[in-house]
Structures are given as C-alpha cells and as structure tokens.
Design a protein. Sequence first.
Length: 69
Amino acid sequence: MRKLFSLLTVSGLALLVSSNFALADDILSDAINAVNNLVSGIQGLLSAVASILIFFLTYRIIKKALNRA
C-alpha cells in the first residue's frame, strides 16, 4: 500500500510539473506573439512616416522646379 501511495504521489508530482511547463510554454508563446505584433506595428508606423516624408520631399522638389521655370 505504501509503494502504491508513493507511486501515485510521484506520478501526481510529475503531472503537476509537466503541466506547469506547458503553462510556462504558453506564457512564453504569448509573450513572443505580443513582441512580434509590437514589432510589426512599429514597422508599419515607420513605413507610414517614410511614405509621408517622401511625399513632402517630392512636393518641395517639384515646387522648387516649377518656381524656377
């Protein structure tokens, strides 16, 4: 009876540890996804800023060229 109880205890602890590793893996996966989404958002924002800067620089160049003509 004592051996059976010890076996059940060890099995329960092993199950608890493995479920905690799975939970930690889920948390890590969620954190990685959050960082990837943040990086993607920052890249989109930088792309929009670059597009706006290119537009205004092109506008200024065309405006100067038309004023000289």
